[in-house]
Design a binder for this molecule. Sequence first.
Ligand code: ATP
Ligand code: MG
Length: 174
Amino acid sequence: MQIKRLRLSGFKSFVDPADLRIEPGLTGIVGPNGCGKSNLLEALRWTMGETSARSLRGAGMEDVIFAGTATRPAREFAEVSMLIEGADAEETEIVRRIERGAGSAYRIDGRDVRAKDVALLFADAATGAHSPALVSQGRISAVISAKPTERRAMLEEAAGIAGLHVRRKDAEQK
Ligand code: ATP
Ligand code: MG
């Protein structure tokens, strides 16, 4: 699976719509302190279904919405669109949107879907919000100091069998 394009609007410091093309191969993000490098990686993880506000450096999930500055008012929603290309060369667009007081909603190719559908899509593509392919600040030391069970979960995600666990959990709840 390859991420081809990322579009952000109202997400953290990206108050104005931003449109990024991501070329094949290793992608590095460079820029001065505070310019939004980590926010970009968080936008990726958030769109893939990240549920932990703390791991997005916020107290609550609405903290991903542009909070305003001295010169610009806060926004009422944040939206991130991610275009991916699967092994079959098919393109899929995943959109996550959050509105103040209304929570998160997801769309896959324009259809409203559940968070679980997005989790399954990425689990089957052997990636996701906790994918080892997304190397954020502090991630390397986190891998080194992870408990064996946590490291196993990372390996399972990398091996592409995380989708089986999502489905088993789903089946057990029925
Ligand atoms: P460093 O090189 O220090 O790691 P960085 O490029 O990773 O910096 P980020 O952490 O991505 O920078 O961006 C930090 C900026 O994003 C800060 O200026 C912060 O105020 C801003 N920011 C974070 N959340 C929001 C929000 N909800 N609304 C507005 N601005 C935000
Ligand atoms: Mg950073």
